[in-house]
Design a protein around this ligand. Sequence first.
Ligand code: FES
Length: 169
Amino acid sequence: MSAVTQPQRLLSDDAYARIDRELAKYPAEHRQSAVMAALAIAQDETGWVSKEIIEEVAAYLGMPPIAVHEVATFYNMYNTRPAGKYSIAVCTCLPCALRDGTKAAEHLKEKLGIGFGETTADGLFTLKESECLGSCGDAPVLLVNNKRMCSFMDNQKLDALLAELRDAK
Ligand code: FES
């Protein structure tokens, strides 16, 4: 008699416990409603959502992998490629661009030596161009790791942020 081998899970028990808490918010027949939260939890743990992670989340939610892939690639907040420890998403939409959003992005590009969609060689920072973050009046604005909103980011504040994140490593 041969033992049945369980497939290796990529996400931890803790990640699954968090996903289960999200699933509890929806009727049992609507597990797919938790897809965005599940992807965010997976990304928190692994830094990005690989094809294998997408397949694992899809299997857990009972969704076709392509449907999860579509969500992961539609929203800017998911990294579908390996990313730095800190993702910095700068809003360059028109209202922000008119209030130095573009200037802030240029400053970060210069300081980090990378362009949008790129990661520094030390693996610390990934720079992203963001759509409206809903905080146009606070421009220039940026979001660190999809969680920390930073407002009125002049060059001095940008430098201080980079120094703080570098020190935190
Ligand atoms: S346009 Fe930048 S936050 Fe709205």
